[in-house]
Design a protein around this ligand. Structure first.
Ligand code: GLU
Ligand code: ASP
Length: 494
């Protein structure tokens, strides 16, 4: 049994995972904060000089790829590597990826760096969360508290990354920024190596070896489906229906593929999954939450795309005339707010629950989506008055990110834990994976929005942001309307 008193009254192993994830998120969010900026900056200023549309597509593909690869990453750990090794190798891939970006070179080298990071994050991210859960075999409120501390680590890493990496990248040299991300992951790896003993033997043996029943037939079905999918994509390319030679074409194809796979997955579960009526209703709610999460992230994840470009081109980023915040650092307002408000939201749910007033998950999703929409409504107003000569103040972003953070805290942690509670035991891992697929889809759409951003045609900007408002508001209203019935379908799951 792991030592229970080592880290804020939690197992010492949590400290190992907290700092590893902190450094990993430092590198991930730090680099992501400057990715769109770097890709759209002129070659003369040492950027990649890509058109916004191509850069947005590349951004979306990268961020979606990161989250999609968590599915094979989880599978590799469960069946071959075990969680511990998956985290270690994942971290090495991530560090090498950022190092590749740190070397000035061709676009092709740059994209290979992104691929390395995506593979590494796919290995590290899902498996580190799994071990956090494993530290608390008893589950319950202590496990929830452990995850809240872990979420703080994520956001601490994110603030540091989004402050330090853009500072170096925008003020000195892009590649120094990427180098700082690599160094962060290196520190995370060193820390992980030297404090691993805190984890005892958790995550060493692959889970499938501990429970060798079942799963195998599922794997065969998955491999056959994947092969069929590759075949279909080849066919579509040959017939000229999709164009896989451009980033935009690949992005569009991936979007369709994600939606189709998810739809097939749900159909398969409903028809051939051997679920009883009760379980089917709960899976119906999982479908609903999946759609809500994807729409939420499509808005929220525009922090490094449209919102960062807006911060660069149309915002006066000076603070009391003393210094200027780098464009990529404006988004650090979100993780800062998370660190401040996460404990308050956690306490609020507990207080409300004590009076039996805690809103159901679908109702919280409605609030989250509406808050995201309101954040963009603020940006619509900012976009109406901003011009390159008459830039807007940073306070617009403070308000937008405040609303987005309130939305995130209402939807993200709630969504993750509710999805797992709704999943029948045998589908637990797959439903966890679906949560990341929703994030992938959201990121892909956020990249698309980034590609639509054009500081030269200012008259289009309010309507671009307004379309996000309608998306969030529309979905929020649908969730409000469906929440009573969805609550019934949840059948007592809280
Ligand atoms: N920002 C959080 C993280 O990086 C949540 C992301 C998500 O669930 O999509 O872990
Ligand atoms: N708030 C995001 C996630 O935890 C991190 C970020 O977007 O900076 O939490």
């Amino acid at each position: 049994m792991a030592d229970q008193t080592g880290f804020f009254g939690h197992p010492k192993g949590l400290s190992t995972l907290f700092f590893t994830e902190m450094w990993e998120r430092f590198s991930y969010y730090g680099m992501k904060a400057i990715l769109m900026l770097f890709m759209t900056t002129e070659v003369a200023q040492e950027g990649l000089g890509l058109e916004n549309e191509t850069a947005g597509a590349a951004y979306g593909l990268y961020a979606a790829g990161v989250y999609l690869l968590t599915l094979p990453g989880g599978w590799m750990a469960d069946n071959i590597l075990g969680q511990r090794k998956a985290i270690w190798y994942g971290g090495i891939f991530i560090m090498l990826g950022h190092l590749t970006l740190a070397i000035p070179g061709s676009t092709a080298i740059f994209f290979s760096g992104l691929c390395l990071i995506a593979i590494g994050t796919g290995l590290l991210k899902p498996n580190i969360s799994t071990i956090v859960g494993d530290l608390y075999p008893e589950g319950g409120a202590r496990r929830d508290a452990g995850f809240s501390i872990f979420y703080m680590g994520i956001n601490l890493g994110s603030v540091l990354g989004q402050v330090i990496v853009p500072l170096l990248a925008e003020n000195i040299n892009w590649h120094l920024g990427f180098g700082a991300a690599a160094l962060g992951m290196f520190l995370g790896l060193v820390q992980y190596r030297f404090t691993q003993k805190n984890l005892d033997d958790i995550g060493i043996v692959p889970k499938a070896k501990l429970d060798p029943s079942g799963e195998k037939s599922n794997n065969t079905v998955a491999i056959i489906l994947a092969a069929a999918l590759v075949g279909v994509i080849f066919l579509l390319q040959t017939l000229g229906i999709v164009d896989l030679t451009t980033a935009v074409g690949i992005r569009d194809t991936l979007g369709v593929v994600i939606v189709l796979i998810t739809a097939f997955f749900f159909l398969y579960i409903f028809i051939g999954g051997g679920l009883n009526a009760e379980e089917k209703k709960r899976m119906g709610v999982v479908v609903l939450l999946f759609i809500g999460a994807a729409i939420f992230w499509a808005g929220f994840e525009q922090a490094p795309t449209t919102l960062t470009l807006f911060a660069r081109d149309l915002t006066d980023r000076s603070v009391f005339g003393l210094f200027e915040i780098p464009s990529g650092s404006v988004q650090a307002i979100n993780p800062t707010f998370i660190i401040i408000f996460a404990p308050l939201f956690g306490a609020l749910w507990i207080k409300l629950a004590a009076r039996n007033l805690n809103p159901s998950a679908p109702l919280k999703f409605a609030f989250g989506l509406i808050l995201m929409a309101l954040g963009f409504l603020v940006m619509v107003k900012a976009a109406e008055i901003a011009t390159p000569e008459n830039k807007v103040g940073l306070y617009w972003f403070v308000l937008t990110y405040f609303l987005h953070t309130a939305g995130e805290l209402t939807l993200s942690p709630v969504g993750l834990s509710t999805m797992t509670k709704l999943a029948p035991a045998k589908l637990y891992g797959q439903v966890m994976g679906l949560w990341f697929v929703a994030t992938a889809l959201g990121n892909l759409i956020a990249g698309w929005y980034g590609g639509e951003f054009d500081a030269e045609s200012l008259d289009q900007m309010p309507s671009l942001f307004m379309s996000v408002v309608w998306l969030g508001l529309g979905a929020g209203i649908v969730f409000l309307a469906l929440s009573p019935i969805a609550k019934k379908w949840m059948g007592g799951v809280k």
